[in-house]
Design a protein around this ligand. Structure first.
Ligand code: NDP
Length: 691
């Protein structure tokens, strides 16, 4: 049965017989794929015209809730995905990374909505004052791009690869056209089908291409973003595609990466870090049969411990049972296919010119419940290269399988130099119990790695490990790793948004950004903002308070009450050589008395509680006899979801507190947060209705 492509709102089979896909374990044909006859220009245009407008009009919060609903939906269907995943040669643990790791990305990005306003767009960074009188200013705005996110993915994690990228572009408000690698695309297909059937996403938010990308890249345009994961050769070819160059289409590339691990010079066999190191190496070599973009390809150990380390790794690898991933005893499955295995073998042969196999074999392998002539199995291979500065192929050739090379180093400088010889990697680890050594290594090697993990006994137990890209941290690496950046929390979302500098008056920028800018006109009314429900409050709602005179008695009383007797708050201090002329009011007293001025709530009202302070600055000393008042303005509103059934519907409101003295000058500025009740229940969770 041929797999269908989901394009322009329909499931469509490509023409012809298509490419046959095989089970990695049994070599039986599973399905075939074809994209012949697909009109790629219309596919991309459909994404731009149907998916994009539907997504971009939703707020970040609505998109985030949509991701959460989708993640929950997919989690309920996970068994279906696991069943199919075995065909790729993946063990249950490998599939967990792909399936639940991918769904986890959706959850993580769903939660990320809280870092954004409840708007379709957001500001970026701080406002910039551009005039003395405060009537002209600048800011940066991020709006969703008007194109599609085109994802060309690798074969190793068909589900994670799709979801880790889509979660980000969907949160940004941009639809996706996903082209998984053909060999394992049936897994992406089953997940995509669930996504489409769930109707949680607006139509056009996801299109799926099963098979060749055809002439798709001929039709990309300036508002699209292309992300590629795969080999350096293909990546460079696509990056240099004439249409990508002509339209300056952002191109994100994750390519081959010669990741490494370093054993610190301080670590000896009696230390827990020794076992941590051995375990990490084995894990990285065998998880997903080493077909991980982040897997450890190069192992650097102090020269005087070389033999002891490789013997320990060999011993550890010998405990890895290989075979049919459906068998519970199996710890390492097959490679994705025979072509992939052949490619690894050829690359190992190239490495053998400057190294030798010290564990494993290219030809023989012991299998559980599987036929070595049928499945794409390969034994873990540990290579030894005793002259890593001379035999340099190890820093050039990536064997995308359970293969790693161990090498000696003499001192930390050498370890740093060797780690950089990969010319840019996705991830590098150092195992050490010495923070000074860790610091030197990290600062020395940081230019060449996308992520550096420092492992010691304190963090090893809870560590997410060398090979796990995390949704909130940037995934990508410089140089040969492609120079790309994926995920990374808010940073990742920005890749799918267009940044524009905006200039105007503070009131205009407030209206556009929906975030109150200092010096903008406030909205005053007879109703105190604390009497308004969340929905009734407007950004810009303002109160100018009464004035209050500060006395020495006030300051002394606050000192007694708080126990803060800092010399500057005392009358009998000799103020020579200090920052002050005489007794000065405590900053926290100034803030507290400000609250006394702006709070209106002796009776129960919509404001539920004081939630905290985001920023607080004391900008001018306050001496006795100063007369202060507060300009108190609603700055931003962030809705909150109901956590449980009888939760009070509410949102967080940020307030700008400007503390001003008799000269009209600011003595302090703060952003405080309150929790404010909603008048009505929160918006429906489903975004389909809105779209
Ligand atoms: P390829 O570069 O051949 O394929 C990667 C993706 O690109 C696949 O979806 C493939 O589709 C697609 N593709 C290939 N040619 C074109 C083209 N002309 N136009 C558009 N799309 C195209 O990589 P491999 O499949 O060989 O993957 C293995 C390599 O990928 C590994 O050796 C490893 O180096 C690298 N990799 C890197 C990762 C990372 O994150 N850095 C992760 C995983 C792998 P199709 O399958 O249909 O050919």
């Amino acid at each position: 049965m041929k797999l269908e492509n989901y394009v322009t709102g329909k499931w469509i089979k490509g023409d012809g017989e298509g490419e046959i896909l095989y089970d990695a374990v049994t070599d039986e044909s599973i399905t075939s794929v074809s994209t012949k006859g697909l009109d790629f220009a219309s596919i991309l245009q459909y994404g731009r015209e149907v998916g994009n407008p539907a997504l971009r009009k939703l707020s970040f919060h609505e998109r985030g809730r949509m991701l959460k609903a989708l993640a929950t939906h997919l989690l309920n269907k996970k068994e279906k995905f696991y069943e199919l995943s075995y065909h790729t040669g993946a063990t249950k643990a490998d599939s967990w990374i792909d399936i639940e790791g991918g769904i986890g990305n959706l959850f993580a990005n769903a939660s990320l909505r809280r870092k954004f306003p409840d708007l379709p767009y957001c500001t970026d960074g701080d406002p910039v004052g551009l005039s003395k009188g405060g009537t002209f200013m600048g800011h940066h705005l991020l709006v969703p791009k008007e194109g599609v996110a085109v994802h060309i993915n690798a074969y190793n994690f068909p589900i994670w690869g799709m979801l880790e990228k889509c979660a980000v572009n969907w949160l940004a408000g941009v639809p996706a056209v996903v082209k998984p690698a053909s060999v394992s695309c049936y897994l992406a297909e089953v997940v995509a089908r669930e996504i489409i059937n769930s109707r949680i996403l607006p139509e056009g938010a996801l299109q799926l291409i099963c098979g060749s990308a055809g002439d798709m890249l001929n039709h990309v345009a300036a508002q699209d973003v292309v992300s590629f994961t795969g080999s350096k050769t293909t990546g460079l070819k696509l990056k240099g595609h004439p249409k990508i160059l002509a339209e300056t289409v952002p191109f994100n590339m994750e390519a081959d990466s010669l990741n490494c691990i370093v054993l610190g010079e301080d670590v000896s066999p009696s230390m827990p870090e020794w076992d941590i190191f051995i375990k990490e190496v084995r894990k990285e070599m065998t998880v997903k049969a080493g077909q991980k973009c982040t897997a450890i390809r190069r192992i650097f150990v102090p020269a005087n411990k070389l033999e002891e380390v490789y013997q320990a790794i060999g011993k550890s690898l010998s405990q890895t049972t290989i075979g049919n991933p459906l068998n519970d005893k199996v710890r390492m499955g097959a490679l994705a296919g025979k072509a992939q295995r052949e490619n690894v073998k050829q690359n190992v042969q190239r490495l053998l010119a400057g190294s030798q196999i010290i564990y494993g074999s290219l030809d023989s392998i012991e299998l559980i419940d599987a036929d070595r002539n049928k499945g794409a199995f390969l034994s873990p291979l540990l290579l030894l290269n005793e002259m890593p500065f001379k035999n340099e192929a190890v820093h050039e050739i990536e064997c995308f399988g359970p293969v790693s090379t161990i090498m000696p180093y003499k001192n930390l400088d050498e370890a740093i130099m060797l780690s950089k010889k990969g010319k840019g990697s996705l991830c590098c680890s150092i195992v050490t119990a010495n923070d000074k050594l860790a610091t030197e290594f990290v600062i020395g090697a940081a230019t060449h790695h996308g992520r550096i993990l420092v492992l010691d006994n304190d963090c090893a137990k809870e560590s997410t490990g060398h090979g796990s890209p995390l949704p909130m941290l940037i995934h990508g690496g410089p140089g040969r790793a492609g120079g790309g950046e994926e995920m990374g929390g808010v940073r990742g979302v920005k890749h799918y948004m267009q940044r524009v500098a905006i200039q105007g008056s503070p009131s205009t920028i407030t209206a556009i950004s929906q975030s109150y800018q200092p010096n903008a006109k406030g909205i005053t009314s007879k109703v105190h903002p604390f009497k308004k429900y969340f929905e009734e409050l407007q950004v810009g709602d303002q109160v100018i308070t009464e004035k209050r005179k500060i006395t020495t008695e006030d300051i002394d009383a606050f000192a007694r009450l708080s126990g803060d007797h800092f010399y500057a708050h005392k009358t009998d201090t000799d103020f020579n050589g200090t920052m002050f002329e005489r007794q000065v009011a405590h900053g926290y007293f100034v803030l507290s008395l400000s609250a006394g001025l702006f709070v209106d709530g002796s009776e129960k009202g919509p404001v539920l509680l004081n939630y905290g302070i985001d920023e607080l600055r004391f900008t001018k000393p306050v001496y006795p006899d100063a007369e202060l008042y507060v300009r108190f303005t609603c700055k931003e509103k962030l809705p909150q979801d109901l956590k449980e059934e009888n939760d009070i519907p509410k949102g967080i409101v940020k307030w700008l507190v400007e503390m001003i003295d008799e000269a009209g000058e600011h003595v302090g500025v703060a952003t405080i947060l309150t929790m404010v009740k909603r008048k009505f229940l929160a918006e429906p969770q489903s975004t389909q209705e809105k779209v």
